[in-house]
Write a protein that binds this ligand. Structure first.
Ligand code: PLP
Length: 434
């Protein structure tokens, strides 16, 4: 038996399908963010602009969040010391949970070591505690939710993405007194589209179902206090369990659920992936707490984030790049081919100092490969101009299709003429960022 061969073959299969992933070695810089160092090779490092981070609001580099972490580390040390049961329930963690419960206007909250674990733990535990539970799951739900569903013994049905009629059909087909759990996301991060939360809650009321909503891509970013789309739409109280991450909008690490006291207590008491793993370190909890608190008053940061996202979308669209439209901060640009998607991002990195990770299967369906751009409040207008010019160059070099709108074609011709005249008047983004 040649064991090694099996692993080599497994890797070759991925390479054959153009699914083999290569990680760029980046060195984030808390001062110059979103400009970072890219370690091109062992000897060579250069500046790049990060355009695909999920640290959407740059809270991971916020001076007060950094200070909260280093102060807490000095005060409490760097480890948690055990599971939540065995000395892991630290004071900063309890304070963080109180803050998160208040953020979502729920009686209670529970923090996990990641958002992925929080979905796995909460969905499987809730579904298994309900006798003969039926889970209704949106077809575009994140892998962590699918893993939670798989882990439970519950029956499951998938409804077409954001399709209320299909969801109702499945609800109506079930036994009226069978316990039901509707599982969905508020904001789907690969398309950037938003769920009809109130209408889903209406259906849940009508068919007596529980609701579980993943707000991972919205917490910190939407709503008066950063409570997410649920807060923005005034529907938080209509959702039984709200799940979020501390690793994206809040810039640190960890995940959580917010719900009634009895649901939180049940998950705390029954979920193995909560019980048998070491708790988040107090310093991480303190940093996350600082980020949540800062963003409760973060209206300006949220507005600047939206502004830079909209500006990026408009500028790319005006240049004829195939932006996939949506009403959120996510800027997906369609490529539709795994190989070209990878080549385009390599070219952006190597030629233009722009870091965007290609989004390929299985993250999105085959034939819908794309670039997923996430502008932040710290991306300047100059960064955006540089992005657009670079993307146009890559699209032209790879002969990728531009949008054939006559207005856009005319605009691009004008731009071409300007370029001819001025011969590269484009300002150096590194200088401009200083
Ligand atoms: C990233 C993500 C998660 C997992 O969160 P982590 O804190 O990164 O583990 C959960 N749900 C969705 C929709 C996500 O995109």
């Amino acid at each position: 038996m040649e064991y090694g061969q099996f692993f080599d073959d497994a890797i070759l299969r991925l390479k054959g399908e153009r699914r083999y992933r290569v990680f760029a070695e980046l060195e984030r810089d808390a001062v110059t963010y979103p400009v970072a160092r890219w370690h091109r090779s062992e000897e060579q490092a250069e500046d790049v602009v990060i355009w695909c981070s999920n640290d959407y609001l740059c809270m991971g580099a916020h001076p007060q969040v950094i200070a909260a972490m280093s102060d807490a580390a000095t005060k409490h040390g760097v480890g948690a010391g055990g599971t939540r049961n065995i000395s892991g329930t630290n004071h900063p963690l309890v304070q963080l949970e109180a803050e998160l419960a208040s953020l979502h206007d729920k009686p209670s909250a529970l923090v996990f070591t990641s958002g992925w674990i929080s979905n796995l733990a909460a969905i499987s535990t809730v579904a298994d505690l309900l006798p003969n539970c039926l889970i209704l799951s949106d077809e575009l739900n994140h892998n962590s939710m699918i893993e939670g569903i798989r882990r439970s013994k519950a029956q499951r049905k998938i409804f077409r993405h954001n399709d209320l009629a299909h969801l109702e059909e499945l609800l109506a087909a079930a036994e009226p007194d069978q316990p039901k759990l509707i599982v969905f996301e508020s904001l789907y991060s690969m398309n950037g589209d938003i769920a009809p939360i109130a209408a889903i809650a209406d259906l849940a009321d009508r068919y007596n179902a529980m609701t579980y909503m993943d707000e991972v891509h919205a917490v910190g970013l939407y709503g008066e206090h950063g409570g997410g789309i649920g807060e923005r739409d005034g529907v938080m109280n209509r959702i039984d369990i709200i799940e979020g991450t501390l690793a994206k909008g809040f810039g640190t690490l960890g995940g959580y659920i917010a719900a009634s006291e009895s649901i939180i207590d049940a998950v705390r008491s029954y979920a193995p992936s909560f019980i048998f793993t070491t708790a988040l370190p107090p310093a991480v909890a303190a940093a996350a707490h600082a980020a949540v608190r800062l963003l409760k008053d973060g209206k300006e940061r949220r507005a600047q984030h939206q502004r830079q996202s909209m500006l990026t979308k408009h500028a790319l669209s005006a240049a004829g790049l195939p932006v996939m439209h949506n009403s959120s901060h996510i800027v997906p640009v369609f490529v539709g081919d795994a190989e070209l998607c990878k080549t385009a991002t390599d070219m952006l990195l190597e030629r233009h100092g722009i870091y965007i990770q290609p989004i390929n299967y299985p993250t999105v369906p085959k034939g819908t490969e794309r670039l997923r751009i996430t502008p932040s409040p710290l991306h300047t207008d100059t960064h955006i101009v540089h992005l657009v010019e670079s993307m146009v160059d890559v699209w032209e070099s790879l002969k990728l299709p531009f949008v054939q709108d006559p207005k856009i074609v005319a605009f691009r011709r004008e731009k071409e003429a300007e370029k001819e005249e001025a011969r590269c008047t484009f300002p150096d983004f590194k200088k401009a960022a200083e």
